[in-house]
Every structure is written in C-alpha cells, then in structure tokens.
Write a protein that binds this ligand. Structure first.
Ligand SMILES: Cc1ncc(COP(=O)(O)O)c(C=O)c1O
Length: 404
C-alpha cells in the first residue's frame, strides 16, 4: 500500500464505528490512550483461550507456549526500536518504567538530575521525589517557541548523574532533539533517560541513533492493551543499577544469607508477568509494522499541518504549540472565555472526545503557558480523517461564538 487511506484502516478498529450522544464518535484523545485494532482485541482472547499459563516457571506444554509468547513479544519490541531483546524490560507503563530507574539507579547523596519544564508528571515526580534523599534536581526551561533551552545541555554540571527528558511533549507537541541531548549529556559523563510515551506511537524510533541509556514508553498509546509498557535499558549501564522489585523470577538462587540474582531482563521483572498484554503489544507492533511507521508519520504530519493551518484563522482560539522544530500530533488550545472542561463537555455532546485540564503537566501549563485551570487538547492518530478535523473545528467555532 503506498497511498495511505485512513478510512480503510478505521475498519480495523471496532470502537471507531460507535456513536456517542447520537453522533459518530470522533476520537481525538489518542495522547491519553489509543484505540485498539481487532487483531489486538482478538489476540488477547486467543491468548487466554489457547496459551494461558504462568510462563518461565512450569515445564508443561502451555507454560512453554506462554513463555514463547512472552519472549516473542520482547523480540518484536526490541526490533521495533532497534534494541536487543535483553535490553527490553516489560513494565506496566511509562510511569513505572521511569520509577524503576529512579528507584534502582545508584546515586550518591548530592548527585544532580537534570530534567525539563516540558515533562509529564511521570518524568518529573520520580526525580523531584529524590530531593528527599539528598539529590538536587535542575530544571531546563523553555523559550517563547516552547522549545527547550538547549544552551543548558551545553553546560551540564559535572555532578549531574542523569538527564531525564521527554522526546515529545504531551502538551505543546514539541519534539526535542534527543540525539543532541544524549551526545551533550554523555560528553559531561551523565546518563540519559528519554520519555518516548508520545513519540513511540508516531515516529520510528532507533535507540542506537538516539543513544539513550534508558527509553520508556507505554503499550496502550500505540494500539496495545493497557497494563504493559516498556523500559529499554542499554546494556552498558546495567552495573549502575540495583534492585527494583524483588521476589520470584528475578533470582538465580536464594539462601537465607546469600542471594544470587538473575540477569536482566528477569532481574527487573519480579513476579508473574503480564504475558497476555505483552502478547497484545506484540500484535500492536505487527499492525504498526504492516501499516508502516513512515507512512503513519507522513500522514499525521499532513493532517496536523492541515489542523494547525485551518485553526490559525479561528479568532476565539489560543493555541499552545511548539513552533520552530517539528511538533507531534498534539493540538492544545483554549477557547477564549471558556473553561477547558466546558469545551470538552460541549464537544462530547457532539461525539468528539478530547482531554481537558492540566494534562499531567501542571508546572508547564501554569508557569510557562501562564494558563489557569488547564488547556483543552486534541490529539489525532493515523485513523483520524480530514473530515473529522473539519467537524472538530466547526464545533470549536460554535463554542467560540457561544462564549464570545
Ligand atoms: C509524555 C508522557 N510521559 C509519560 C506519560 C505517562 O504514561 P502512562 O500513564 O502510560 O504511564 C504520558 C501519558 O500521557 C505522557 O504523555
């Protein structure tokens, strides 16, 4: 398929033919979670009907198949981001992935972590928490274009142990230059963690090119089920990490006074893993591969350009988006005089699903966008159509007239 047709792919997503409040659903809340194709939904049912067993522990046939399903999913994830399977840790979501690093990275008191104003709370609170343990947290600001102040990465203090940065803002859509940030951080001896929750679904990622030490994303934002996420850990940093959760499956031998741990990834996957959802994520990756990440990216880019250029002439809108660099599939806005929750409520009456509020990025919204009460956010994906964007903007205009 060279010509991408959103109307064709929509047929693979049962929920997209639903009606809400008597209107066809227009689902524009993909940054919160994406919808799932039938292959993923049916695949999870198939897993429980045909494969289900506790993997790794038992020697019977089903346990063997469950183990195979789990490890095949790990291989698919690894291929998807150009990593090795041993570098892929299955977790619940991006939040857990980042917490895993914040709890297990060995750091002396007085160490510094450098993070940024563009972060989701999930890549902020795990670091701010460490202030109670005697660490310092420095925050990189944003300029008027809502881009990171890159100068801060040119002069990273020597006591900085980790740079934790988002690849894509869930509010402004800003895509950061993580390759450059990695290079600069490594040059000052710091490790790099990349939050790819908002880019893994939309952009082909290559961990070798980015050269991050850690990279985190959530399965549910990229067609996979809720409950499974990924932490990539570059092999070279494993000696710098201690335990996170402890218990079954993460050991090779236990004596009361002598514990020998298993190697990574088992080391970070204590307890019974979420095999069904990992299997579902593998199927989501199959689907993304079939459509093609390059085509997804190209289609969304045009769709977003259309959305932004059409919105530019709507007077009642304030738009909050990264301007100079590339931006993701995010459109954050306010309708003048209207609370974002009211905008979301009125759009829902027309079947349009968006998100409103602080978007889990309260410091960015309050301190940098200077907006009280949050913003409204529409976040398309490759199954959204130009017609849906037109309907969304037409409804926004009507809301603008109501409040104008
Ligand atoms: C940039 C970013 N990071 C982290 C997260 C947290 O993802 P999860 O809730 O799946 O852990 C999100 C969720 O919206 C996000 O947008």
């Amino acid at each position: 398929m060279s010509d991408f047709d959103a109307n064709e792919v929509r047929k693979d997503f049962p929920i997209l033919s639903k009606t809400i409040e008597g209107n066809p659903l227009i689902y524009l809340d993909n940054a919160a979670t994406s919808q799932k194709p039938s292959t993923v939904i049916d695949g999870i049912k198939y897993f429980y009907e045909n494969i289900n067993a506790n993997p790794l522990r038992s020697l019977h046939k089903l346990a063997e198949e469950s183990t195979k399903a789990y490890e095949t999913a790990r291989e698919k994830v690894a291929r998807f981001i150009n990593a090795s399977p041993e570098e892929i840790i299955f977790v619940r979501n991006t939040t857990e992935a980042i917490n895993l690093v914040s709890f297990s990275l060995k750091m002396d008191r007085g160490s510094r972590i450098l993070t940024t104003y563009l972060e989701h709370h999930s890549n902020l609170l795990p670091w701010l928490r460490l202030r109670d343990k005697g660490m310092f947290v420095d925050i990189v600001g944003v300029d008027d274009n809502l881009e990171l102040d890159m100068g801060r990465f040119e002069n990273i203090r020597q006591d900085t142990k980790l740079v934790a940065v988002t690849h894509g803002s869930n509010v402004t859509g800003t895509i950061t230059d993580v390759e450059k940030i990695s290079r600069l951080a490594h040059a000052s001896g710091a490790l790099v963690l990349v939050d790819a929750a908002q880019t893994a679904p939309h952009i082909k990622l290559d961990v070798k090119k980015i050269d991050a030490d850690f990279l985190a994303f959530s399965g549910h934002k990229m067609l996979g089920p809720m409950g499974v996420g990924v932490l990539y850990i570059n092999k070279r940093v494993i000696p710098k990490l201690g335990t996170f959760l402890t218990g079954g499956e993460m050991i090779s031998s236990v004596k009361m006074n002598d514990i020998k741990y298993a190697d990574v990834p088992a080391y970070f996957e204590a307890g019974t893993p979420n095999v069904a959802d990992a299997y579902g994520l593998g199927l989501a990756i199959d689907y993304l591969d079939k459509v093609g990440m390059d085509r997804i990216y190209a289609y969304e880019k045009k769709l977003m350009d259309y959305l932004y250029s059409s919105a530019a002439s709507i007077d009642c809108l304030d738009i909050y988006s990264g301007k100079s660099r590339e931006r993701g599939s995010i459109f954050s806005f306010s309708v003048k005089n209207a609370h974002p929750h009211d905008v979301a409520y009125l759009l829902n009456k027309k079947g349009i699903a968006i998100r409103s509020g602080f978007q889990c990025a309260q410091p960015l919204i309050e301190d940098k966008l200077h907006v009280k009460g949050g913003v409204a956010r529409a976040s398309p994906y490759f199954y959204n159509t130009y017609d849906e964007i037109d309907t969304f903007l037409a409804e926004i205009k009507k809301i603008g007239n109501m409040y104008g």
